[in-house]
Design a protein around this ligand. Structure first.
Ligand code: SAH
Length: 256
């Protein structure tokens, strides 16, 4: 699949502009459109309340970076899960997104985003686009996000969701992310949202001087959140608590 930027032109909330003349009665296409709009506005404000509660929980668990909390307040997480699961989108748990993969738990998204210490200037590489939710949070916090997903159907759906929300600083590509994205590197930040047995060497090579990477490393069932930094060419590594991600698959990772 060709790599291309997400250059969607839809408005950020995905609503269409209003056209035509208001009807006199309650019947007719305009009345239906108005009713649908009323319902979607009620739904949006309910999701906004749930999102606020989610952000408060994440903050209470120790994620304090105000930029990260503001990004989590802005990104409509329910748009990244299938309709039947939308009512559960703001609970602090992962949810299935098809293809045996999951959208990460909101707290982990907040934690990993804050560990990256983003200022808005960075070029970020993300491995494991999945639903595209973490991608959107990163797009709010960094200059540009290059995201790689191994499963074409998930990549396609994430791209459509991100375009629909108007993100124009995100590129999504299908491939094995453990090889990185050499044409676009080096990267100021790298985030891997699937768990592998070790830090993939190509990702270390594509980490800019002064750069930082966050990734889960460990067994298939349990990993440790690991931070890798490039300090003047010296690679430093430290850990930051346990976590549990789906498997990172491919060369330098697990067999499918
Ligand atoms: N951040 C995503 C998490 C998705 S789960 C979200 O919140 O939605 C992890 C994703 O990593 C899955 O979609 C899986 O297909 C993908 N993945 C696993 N190994 C990969 C690899 N080597 N390269 C790219 N993507 C990979």
């Amino acid at each position: 699949m060709a790599q291309r930027p997400c250059d969607g032109t839809a408005s950020r909330d995905g609503t269409a502009s209003r056209g035509g003349v208001a009807p006199r009665g309650q019947a007719g296409p305009q009345a239906m459109i108005d009713r649908a709009r009323g319902e979607s506005e009620r739904e949006d404000s309910r999701y906004a309340r749930e999102r606020e509660r989610m952000v408060e929980e994440i903050a209470a668990r120790g994620v304090t970076d105000p930029r990260v909390l503001a990004a989590l307040r802005r990104v409509p997480r329910h748009r990244f899960v299938q309709e039947a699961l939308r009512d559960r989108a703001y609970g602090d748990h992962p949810l299935p997104i098809g293809e045996e993969q999951t959208i990460s738990q909101p707290y982990i998204v907040g934690l990993m985003s804050s560990l990256l210490e983003l200022t808005g200037q960075e070029k970020v590489l993300e491995i494991g686009t999945g639903s595209g939710y973490q991608t959107a949070v990163l797009a709010e916090l960094a200059r540009r996000v290059c995201s790689i997903e191994r499963l074409p159907r998930l990549a396609e759906r994430a791209r459509a969701t991100l375009e629909g929300l108007g993100y124009d600083n995100v590129w999504v590509r299908v491939g094995n992310g453990t090889l990185g994205w050499p044409d676009q590197g080096p990267f100021d930040r790298i985030i891997v949202t699937a768990g592998g047995p070790a830090v993939p060497p190509p990702l270390v090579q594509q980490l800019a001087d002064g750069g930082r990477m966050a990734l889960p490393v460990g067994s298939a069932d349990n990993q440790v959140l690991t931070i890798v930094e490039n300090v003047g060419g010296e690679i430093r590594q430290r850990t930051h608590g346990e976590c549990k991600f789906v498997k990172l698959v491919g060369k330098y990772a697990w067999d499918a």
